[in-house]
Design a protein around this ligand. Structure first.
Ligand SMILES: [Zn+2]
Length: 318
């Protein structure tokens, strides 16, 4: 425990125990080589010392053993000067709690990248990352937000899972998010007895099942008796429009349905639905209501990004 006086304590606005603390662009990090990582020495060294106006955090690396480090926060008085003395300093994570890790693939400005690096040292509550551009940042108390992506294939790979990965790779405004995937192969839903004929939404979907004749709804195939429709609710509507009736048998693979039927799904869920034309939906009819967000079947990356923001509880004023 680091001692600092009451006046100084009020100058720090950060709760050192809160999850996923990382610097924003307004709270820059500087790196300093120091002879001692003892907490008292760090507080004495940086409290009152002149620092660049935007520096709020110092990664103190041991001169002789640069892989050892500690994280120091500076309290700053309002000042327009380029450099000014820190009003106080406190240790946010001591040498025993920090790990200094190099990862040339990690962008230190992206929380999910920092969280990925943090997996290398689960025994440390503060991960300092030297990443791309040789930039240094940190993640204190890594606690990635778990999100399950539910999607249906083929075609493969899952478009939604791929979009989520691409968004997280660039999202500077999101907390760290840990994705798990629940990808359902629609062919596995075609249970015995095998249908004589199967109608799937479109040829591009790539559904092929050995021994089963497959027709594609978007080609408005001639209807054969005893056919099974493997598709979402939109496909069922189209089937009715084309043929004036439902298929003899319908296998509905809408993720909305799969989510509702899976009580083991809990936590935050992101999925997509054929009936959604644009924007996000927070379905209230699911037992996972409040923690599930649906995007349109053909969601844009912007919609996927917005859905992740919504699930992670990122407020507009963030
Ligand atoms: Zn749907």
């Amino acid at each position: 425990m680091v001692r600092f006086d009451e006046t100084a304590a009020r100058m720090f606005d950060l709760d050192p125990a809160s999850p996923n603390v990382m610097p924003s662009r307004y709270r820059q990090v500087s790196v300093a080589a120091v002879p001692s990582l003892a907490a008292d020495d760090l507080v004495a060294r940086f409290g009152g010392r002149e620092a660049y106006c935007r520096t709020r955090f110092v990664v103190a690396r041991h001169q002789a053993e640069p892989e050892r480090c500690a994280l120091v926060e500076l309290a700053r008085n309002a000042s327009d000067d380029l450099f000014s003395p820190a009003a106080a300093a406190r240790v946010l994570a001591g040498a025993q709690e920090c790990a200094y890790l190099r990862d040339d693939g990690a962008d230190p400005g992206i929380a999910s990248h920092l969280a990925r690096v943090a997996l290398r040292r689960p025994d440390r509550r503060c991960i300092v990352v030297e990443g791309r551009y040789r930039h240094v940042s940190f993640l204190l108390n890594p606690q990635p937000v778990p999100v399950t992506v539910v999607d249906v294939v083929p075609p493969e790979p899952s478009k939604l899972a791929d979009q989520v990965a691409r968004v997280l790779d660039l999202a500077e405004d999101l907390p760290p998010i840990a994705v798990s995937e629940r990808i359902v192969d629609s062919r596995s839903l075609v249970t015995a007895p095998a249908p004589d004929a199967l109608i799937v939404p479109c040829r591009g979907g790539g559904v092929e099942i050995e021994g089963v004749a497959v027709a594609h709804l978007d080609e408005r195939p001639r209807l054969t008796a005893g056919s099974t429709l493997l598709g979402c609710q939109r496909s069922q509507q189209i089937h009715r429009w084309f043929y004036g009736a439902d298929a003899d048998r319908t296998i509905d693979w809408c993720p909305r349905r799969l989510i509702a039927a899976d009580p083991s799904l809990d936590g935050l869920v992101l999925s997509r639905c054929c009936l959604r034309e644009e924007g996000l939906e927070h379905p209230q009819d699911l037992q996972q209501a409040g923690t599930t967000v649906m995007v349109p079947w053909g969601a844009t990356l912007a919609e996927v990004h917005e859905a992740l923001r919504s699930l992670a509880g990122v407020r507009e004023d963030h």
